[in-house]
Write a protein that binds this ligand. Structure first.
Ligand SMILES: [Fe+2]
Length: 188
């Protein structure tokens, strides 16, 4: 499901915008694992200024980079920075659900379906641009990336509930499932 960021005029919560710091505080104060719908609601109310994201930015060659904003028992939030052509392995979240917000740039998401008999197969594809919000329920299998044809950097904000542990990774056309531990954030 993809939705667009809503500004003040269209917001279902007029006058109740959250800043990035407010969003972080809300997540820090949770006392249980939030539903994906609850995370969406918070993100849709949040207006994130470039200056608020600035401390979490940093790009590197090879892999996309991960910068943790907060983490507690119930939820974590990361800022990911992608150069053109950088992408995740095909993975699921092994029990966590996740919301992804595009702060700047173009994100391509491919989803897959897994059948024991035939292995992993393509399911769908979508493109999200600045302001776009998407999410994955358990047990969605997907791959995210900044397409090399975008020719520009991508900045995305990810909220996982509960925090990510060991992920499962997949290969197209194969029934093999591997385990994958995401790299520790480049900046915690
Ligand atoms: Fe993911």
């Amino acid at each position: 499901m993809a939705t667009q960021f809503q500004d003040t005029e269209n917001s279902p919560y007029p006058g109740s915008h959250l800043s990035f710091t407010d969003l972080t505080d809300r997540l820090n104060s949770l006392s249980s694992v939030p539903s994906l719908a609850a995370v969406y609601e918070l993100v849709e109310r949040t207006k994130i200024g470039d200056e608020e994201v600035q401390p979490y930015l940093g790009f590197k060659e090879g892999n996309y980079s991960r910068h943790r904003v907060m983490k507690n028992e119930f939820v974590e939030m990361l800022v990911l920075c992608w150069k053109p052509g950088q992408r995740t392995p095909i993975h699921d979240h092994n029990g966590a659900h996740g919301a992804v917000f595009v702060h700047e740039g173009i994100l391509w998401e491919t989803t897959f379906e897994y059948k024991t008999e035939t292995g992993l197969g393509y399911q769908s594809h979508r493109e999200l641009r600045t302001g776009g919000l998407t999410g994955s329920e358990v047990p969605d299998i997907h791959q995210l990336g900044n397409p090399d044809v975008s020719g520009r950097d991508l900045i995305t904000i990810h909220i996982y509930a509960p925090p990510l542990g060991v992920l499962k990774t997949y290969k197209l056309g194969s029934a093999t499932i591997d385990l994958y531990t995401p790299a520790e954030p480049d900046f915690v």
